[in-house]
Design a protein around this ligand. Structure first.
Ligand code: GDP
Ligand code: MG
Length: 179
């Protein structure tokens, strides 16, 4: 906060979900507006930063944490989740088991980190690769979101740039409400 009434926030935001669902692609689309058909699976955690001028007196630095190829290394998670303000939980609409995976990730997230008031940190469910097939189970997703405590869901395509910015804006809005 500054005397000029200009506020800068730094938000750590996790991008979690099963292997190959499009987490890295989502981040690259959001941060660089690019898409790569062949992405190397790197080991470790990729950090990306995107600055969003939310309004004339609020700047948001969005620090995205993307697990790279260690989705199954559960021991990593406690350190990884620490201090995060929000999360994108991604699944692949062409691969049903990744939806179960996403729900497991949400469960894991809620067990590791919470807001000061004890509520879960805001998490958005992303039904990614919607360019491949239509999301036919919208009402199921609606229900899952309610049950599992997601703030909402979007069908996204990192490839075709569908709903990427919309999902991010939605998450920022909710994170700002908690600050
Ligand atoms: P990650 O393991 O979750 O980080 O997944 P990647 O971002 O590496 O993506 C895995 C594969 O899915 C890559 O071949 C991507 O090109 C592809 N992919 C990612 N997002 C999309 C999408 O929105 N639509 C389609 N059709 N393919 C995608
Ligand atoms: Mg990746």
């Amino acid at each position: 906060d500054s005397e000029l009434g200009f506020t800068e926030h730094l938000f750590k935001v996790l991008v979690i979900g099963d292997h190959k669902v499009g987490k890295t692609s989502f981040v690259k689309r959001f941060v660089k507006n690019q898409f790569y058909e062949e992405l190397k699976t790197t080991i470790g955690v990729d950090f990306s930063m995107k600055v969003i001028d939310w309004d004339s007196h609020t700047r948001v630095r969005f620090q995205l944490w993307d697990i790279a190829g260690q989705e199954r290394v559960r021991g990593l998670n406690r350190v990884y989740f620490k201090g995060s303000s929000g999360a994108f939980v991604v699944y692949d609409v062409t691969n049903r088991s990744t939806l179960d995976g996403a729900l497991n990730w949400k469960h894991e997230l809620d067990g590791q980190v919470m807001l000061k008031n004890g509520c879960p940190i805001p998490a958005v469910l992303l039904a990614n690769k919607c360019d491949e097939t239509k999301v036919w189970n919208a009402s199921l997703l609606e229900k899952l979101c309610q049950e599992k405590g997601f703030i909402g869901w979007f069908q996204t395509s990192a490839k075709e740039n569908i709903n990427v910015d919309e999902a991010a804006k939605f998450l920022v809005k909710h994170i700002l409400q908690n600050n």
